[in-house]
Ligand binder design. Structure first.
Ligand code: PMP
Length: 448
């Protein structure tokens, strides 16, 4: 009988995940698999972390809900204090909601309200990047550049968003172009887009510091984000960084922007904030933005019923405490270096692996038909999905993606092991992944 639950694939019901334990998931097929991607880079402490479970139980006994129109709550206050300890990058306030998309919507509205408060209501446009993903709600979807995810909904998406090229050196840097020239070209493109729209109509430039769900784990070249920030500063626009996937430790620093030499005005976070223990997302905002609202209308004209939910905040607080108190950033850096090394050893010379890239415990491989021309495989072959299935058969969960490359699809597969991973875990993940890649490629029709 068909499941009554709406599944991602309406024609096929997935197995049931029955139990999670550290890096492992046990399912209704009787399989135990290594959760090598934590879903979509979510389960940053693995499954069933005892300290997080204890904190959730304690919160449950104390308070499960109180409406924010009347109350704040201890767990949300403590989470904000911890996340903003030392006011990183001048970020001083945390707004909490229930997902990455919701957080992106909040960032869009907060940035718009900021300009309304300071008497610049003509700022009504956002510039984002073509290969990007910012969520599936209508505002976030419009902000993103993933053509495949947007196609059906295009007619009902806002036209407040335009898009420039991301920093994607593997494909877009010219053969004779230096890193500096490529960055300068991208900055010039952003500048031209400001000029096309009218510089005083732009609210913000929106980007993921390390691109996640559209171009697996693409890092920017050194100086790129500084150059983008300079363009925003020149025109008084805000910088919104989407760290839903790459933030909260994933890349080896608490915030991915720490490695870029810039600070955002608004930062969007989600997955690694609560590690999947509860649905939670948030935005971090700086003085410039929050003071304008406080001094102006005195309220953020936005909000949700489950905003700053006590249970969600308690789970996230425990996750954030574990990351800090157990020194997990150092483990992410060490295990990330090992993950890179093992991936390069296993797949670096593979004729269908065009690029291996990432940072911290956030790595992906891009698959190509031909390394020389970088031509992608025919999307109809669904290579990324074949790799996912072969990996599952081998006892590994990884995260497949079909990204858009100038309107064409490319195959990327992402790995995001938990921050608690050991060297043995990394070895097992890469061994299973490498074998899955070989199996999936061997299974492609010969005529391809
Ligand atoms: N932004 C980025 C960078 C993401 O990777 C995602 C989720 N993959 C989102 C936003 C949306 O988050 P959610 O699925 O929690 O709504």
């Amino acid at each position: 009988m068909r499941s009554h639950l709406v599944q991602r694939n309406l024609r096929q019901d997935p197995p049931l995940a029955l139990r999670g334990e550290g890096i492992f998931l046990h399912d209704s097929n009787g399989k135990t698999i290594i959760d090598g991607s934590g879903g979509a880079a979510v389960a940053c402490l693995g499954h069933g972390h005892p300290r997080v479970l204890d904190a959730m139980r304690a919160q449950m006994d104390q308070l499960t809900y109180a409406h924010t129109a009347l109350y704040s709550c201890e767990s949300a206050e403590a989470l904000a204090d911890l996340v903003l300890e030392g006011e990183p990058g001048g970020l001083t306030q945390l707004y909490l909601c229930s997902s990455g998309s919701e957080a992106m919507e909040a960032a869009l509205k907060l940035s718009r309200q900021y300009f309304w408060e300071i008497g610049q209501p003509n700022r009504q446009k956002y510039i984002a990047r073509r290969q990007s993903y910012h969520g599936n709600t209508l505002g976030a979807l419009a902000a993103g550049g993933n053509a495949m995810r947007k196609a059906i909904y295009q007619p009902i998406l806002s036209d407040a968003f335009s898009h420039v090229a991301p920093c994607y050196a593997y494909r877009d840097r010219g053969p004779a172009e230096s890193d500096a020239d490529y960055v300068a070209r991208l900055a010039a493109e952003l500048e031209a887009e400001f000029q096309r729209l009218g510089p005083d109509t732009v609210i913000a430039f929106i980007a993921e510091p390390v691109v996640g769900a559209t171009l697996g784990c693409v890092t920017a070249l050194p100086g790129y984000f500084q150059a983008m920030r300079a363009v925003c500063d020149r025109h008084g626009a805000l910088l919104i960084l989407d760290e839903v996937m790459c933030g909260m430790g994933r890349t080896g620093t608490m915030h991915a922007w720490e490695q870029e030499g810039v600070t955002p005005d608004i930062q969007v976070v989600a997955k690694g904030l609560g590690g999947g223990y509860q649905p939670i997302g948030g935005i971090l905002a700086n003085h410039r933005v929050m003071d304008a609202l406080r001094d102006g209308s005195g309220a953020f004209m936005h909000g949700h019923t489950y905003q700053a939910h006590p249970m969600a905040a308690a789970a996230a607080l425990a996750v954030q405490r574990v990351i800090r108190e157990e020194g997990l950033l150092a483990n992410i850096q060490a295990m990330g270096a090992l993950l890179e090394q093992r991936l390069v050893e296993r797949l670096g010379n593979h004729r269908h692996v065009g690029d291996i890239r990432g940072r911290g415990l956030f790595w992906a491989a891009e698959f190509v038909k031909d390394r020389g021309s970088k031509a992608p495989f025919d999307p109809a072959l669904k290579l990324n999905d074949r790799i996912k299935r072969a990996a599952y058969d081998n006892g590994l969960a990884c995260y497949p993606m079909a990204g858009t490359i100038d309107g064409r699809l490319g195959d990327h597969v992402l790995l995001a092991p938990p921050y608690i991973a050991t060297a043995q875990d990394i070895d097992s993940i890469v061994a299973r992944f490498g074998d899955a890649v070989d199996t999936a490629l061997a299974g492609l029709p010969k005529s391809r």
